[in-house]
Design a protein around this ligand. Structure first.
Ligand code: NAD
Length: 357
């Protein structure tokens, strides 16, 4: 099969880590007889440099005409002086909106080989954990009505959290479908003891749950959820939550795994289309030094071919190659213990590509 992939390498370490993911895809394509056709486009700081704005219509069109999008990361201090509506990160909001990417999937799993990097006590994470966070991505407070007004206490500003039944149903179905492929448990996170929007969220999730009798559903308030993630992460399978709560909880869960250089993510729209990227940013502090960990981006490529293209064995081949090099003791600086030998980005990618079979 032939697959068209739009590639946005981005800024900072983006180009170096995306190059390694493309090599991994080419290798898996060679072995399994697929052709991945890459079309590179700009977004973020690189696009500001070239066209004066972080996202162009051409980039949007190429992404729409592709089967999926692979993204490195955007942003960096070079563009700090840009006005807020022309900053590199604006490209991400624009892509999500334009491509209709309403579901953000962020797995937070602990690799057994890296359990020493986990900040939790060994007895809490014994046996590892594997959480899938499903975050609504194009609704809620980040996209709600906002404004400023005068009050008796001086100028005030407000942002509105609003969710419709349709928006909640759509994201809840993604979470329940994923749970059916996993351990059949959904934990929905809200603040229904205080917020009306959360009460509608909870009631709608319960309606959707009726269509999935095999899936166990429970609800946590967001404050309790933040605590439970560090107290007992093993209790979670799929976490379903809103844009704002998901933003915060997914960062917390990824820190608990020990390294942000290891974790992939997907933003999905209708019909299997998705944009895949590592959870970390463009790491300008280490850009150009050949020390960035390419594993999160390589694992994002694996997630892409599994979720958007249905290539299960091929995705397994990439994930197993990453596990193999970890078991062999291959470490980039971010996941090495003090004194441990490290490899650079290119060498790490080469070893993973060599291990794909
Ligand atoms: P960051 O994730 O880029 O970096 C945080 C720390 O983690 C840094 O010390 C960095 O060196 C390290 N790190 C990150 N990825 C690594 C990797 N693959 N290997 C080894 N070390 C790694 O977060 P930040 O410093 O807050 O943000 C830097 C820039 O990235 C900002 O402009 C921010 O807006 C942008 N950003 C972009 C995205 C995205 O494109 N999706 C996401 C987050 C941040």
């Amino acid at each position: 099969m032939d697959y068209k992939i739009a590639v946005i390498k981005g800024d900072g370490i983006g180009p170096s880590i995306v190059d390694q993911a493309m090599l991994a895809l080419e290798k898996v394509g060679e072995i399994y007889g697929h052709k991945f056709e890459f079309q590179e486009v700009l977004a973020g700081g690189a696009s500001i440099d070239a066209y004066g704005k972080p996202l162009t219509q051409e980039t949007i069109d190429v992404c729409k005409a592709s089967d999926s999008v692979l993204l490195g990361a955007v942003g960096g201090p070079k563009w700090d002086s840009q006005p807020s509506d022309n900053r590199p990160e604006r490209a991400l909001l624009g892509l999500r909106k334009e491509l209709g990417l309403f579901a953000n999937l962020r797995p937070a799993m602990m690799f057994d080989e890296l359990k020493d990097a986990c900040p939790l006590k060994p007895e809490i994470v014994e046996g590892g954990f594997d959480i899938m966070i499903v975050r609504e991505l194009i609704g809620g407070i980040y996209f709600g009505e906002r404004g400023k007004k005068e009050t008796e206490n001086g100028p005030a500003a407000y942002d509105v959290e609003q969710y419709s039944e349709g928006e909640v149903k759509r994201i809840a179905k993604v979470a329940f479908d994923l749970a059916m492929q996993r351990n059949k448990k959904v934990t929905s996170i809200d603040k229904a003891n205080v917020l009306d929007s959360s009460r509608l969220w909870r009631a709608t999730v319960e309606e959707v749950a009726k269509e999935y009798p095999e899936v166990e559903l429970n609800h946590f308030y967001v404050d309790n959820a933040a605590m439970q993630i560090v107290r007992n992460p093993k209790q979670f399978d799929v976490i379903l939550t809103s844009n704002l709560f998901g933003d915060i909880l997914s960062d917390e869960a990824s820190q608990v795994t020990g390294s942000i250089g290891m974790l992939p993510s997907a933003s999905l729209g209708d019909g299997g289309f998705g944009m895949y990227e590592p959870i970390h940013g463009s790491a300008p502090d280490i850009a150009g030094m050949d020390i960035a960990n390419p594993m999160a981006t390589i694992l994002s490529a694996a997630m892409m071919i599994r979720s958007s293209f249905g290539l299960t064995s091929e995705a397994d081949a990439i994930e197993n190659a990453v596990k193999k090099v970890l078991a062999d003791g291959v470490r980039t600086g971010d996941i090495a213990k003090p004194g441990e030998k490290t490899v650079g980005t290119v060498e790490c990618g080469r070893l993973i590509v060599e291990a794909i079979q």
